[in-house]
Design a binder for this molecule. Structure first.
Ligand code: SF4
Length: 46
């Protein structure tokens, strides 16, 4: 699973706005992804 899919599974599936097949990357999604990419938080800390 790539990082986008990991974030989708960990963040989007708990979001009230999530729809199956979600392809949007809202500000919260992008921020979470960037923090993981920069090593500031781990996937498990999200
Ligand atoms: S992209 Fe943003 S708004 Fe959409 S499901 Fe994920 S967290 Fe929610």
């Amino acid at each position: 699973m790539d990082l986008t899919e990991e974030i989708r599974a960990r963040v989007c599936r708990r979001c009230d706005f999530y729809k199956e097949g979600e392809t949007l990357e809202c500000a919260a999604f992008k921020t979470a992804k960037r923090l993981v990419e920069q090593g500031k938080v781990s996937l498990d800390e999200i």
